[in-house]
Design a protein around this ligand. Structure first.
Ligand code: ZN
Length: 383
């Protein structure tokens, strides 16, 4: 099974390298705008033929030969994608790029063999903290101090120049992971996903969400207040904006590790894992907590995909059940449906039929478990 990973580094180019990066950004804009203009005037020209035209454009504009040629090709790909999005009605008609739009370019990694030695146009050396890039040569990087090399094959790298003048590089890597043999399941778990507790398992284990977020929420609020006092576009405004971006990056990083730990624990301990397919029950719950809400939604979908691919990797089973199944209203013991439980302030399931009494979320996760069990054996009998 192949998985894609992105490694993002801060880049420290020398003055000469900065000049070349800026020139490359300019050339990428030139190619993009040239063909956008070209297509505007020549409706009959097939945009898929632009790659064939690129060498001619380079002959006519010698300065294009001074920069990384894969970047120019990626500019054509980007334009092609912009048109695809336009025709698919995802985005508007492609716009010309100017110096003020986001400044980045993508360079593809090309591999070759010479005298039985393998060469690659992009190489990351984490020990001496350099990245080798086409035309630029070795550029100093910072990040991933905990690793001594990056696993997998490098596909491409995107170099970005921020408005603050800082440079970053994001290296995309594909890793081929070994999938284990499908196992005979001996344990199953149902998982209820929520906001306050991100995860409630049918074993009664809870993973909280709020504690982590509250700390960051305060900081974000304070910075947003600070931002509103700043003059738009001023140096201090940009500084505060960068601080906010840094807190969000911290949240993202923290969450990534936290979610990874949760997914590992769950997949290591169980063979069949069941969750709901969507998170709808909290949709109308608490509009004031929009901050937590948006982060929780993202956390839930990340967690689900982590569980999904980790299960696949370990030869285990993962099922998503229909969200419209009323998991919180049904008694997991006798199947009685109690509509009173639509009221989210009721925290316990107290069954009037059979006397079953438990935490409402644990009851829900037990129902999810049973639905998953049905799915698993239906699927198996079909095979
Ligand atoms: Zn009952």
């Amino acid at each position: 099974m192949e998985i894609y990973k992105a490694y993002k580094f801060r880049l420290y180019p020398t003055d000469d390298q900065k000049r070349l990066i800026n020139k490359t950004l300019g050339c990428k804009r030139f190619v993009y705008n040239h063909y956008l203009n070209y297509l505007k005037d020549n409706n009959s020209i097939n945009r898929f033929d632009l790659h064939k035209d690129l060498p001619k454009l380079k002959e006519e504009n010698e300065f294009l030969k001074e920069v990384d040629s894969t970047v120019l090709r990626s500019a054509v790909d980007d334009l092609s994608k912009a048109f695809n999005d336009y025709y698919a009605k995802i985005k508007g008609y492609p716009k010309f790029k100017n110096r003020f739009s986001k400044q980045s370019y993508r360079t593809s990694c090309i591999k070759s063999t010479y005298k039985e030695k393998e060469y690659s146009t992009i190489e990351v050396d984490l020990l001496s903290r350099f990245i080798k890039l086409p035309k630029l040569g070795k550029v100093k990087i910072r990040g991933f101090r905990n690793k001594d090399k990056i696993e997998g094959k490098i596909l491409n790298a995107t170099i970005t120049r921020e408005s603050t003048g800082k440079y970053y590089i994001s290296v995309i890597v594909v890793e081929d992971l070994l999938v284990e043999k499908v196992i005979t399941p001996t344990s199953i778990v149902g998982i209820d996903l929520g906001i306050k507790d991100l995860v409630i398992t049918s074993d009664g284990i809870k993973y909280s969400n709020e504690k982590v977020l509250m700390k960051f929420e305060k900081r974000i609020k304070r910075l947003q207040k600070e931002l509103s006092r700043r003059e738009k576009g001023s140096k201090n405004y940009l500084k505060t904006k960068e601080k906010i971006a840094r807190v969000y990056a911290k949240i993202k990083n923290y969450r990534k590790h936290y979610l990874n730990d949760i997914a590992n624990e769950i997949v290591n301990e169980h063979d069949i894992i069941v969750t709901e397919s969507l998170l709808v029950k909290d949709m109308f719950k608490d509009k004031k907590k929009a901050f937590n809400k948006s982060l929780s939604d993202a956390a839930v979908s990340t967690l689900r995909s982590l569980i999904e691919w980790k299960s696949k990797l370990k030869g285990k089973f993962y099922y998503k059940i229909d969200t419209y199944y009323p998991s919180s209203q049904i008694c997991s013991n006798c199947g009685y449906k109690n509509s009173k439980l639509k009221d989210l302030s009721i925290r316990e399931y107290d069954c009037p039929e059979c006397g079953f009494y438990n935490d409402r979320d644990i009851n829900a996760s037990l129902n999810i478990l049973f639905e998953g069990l049905k799915l698993h054996y239906n699927l198996e009998s079909l095979v």
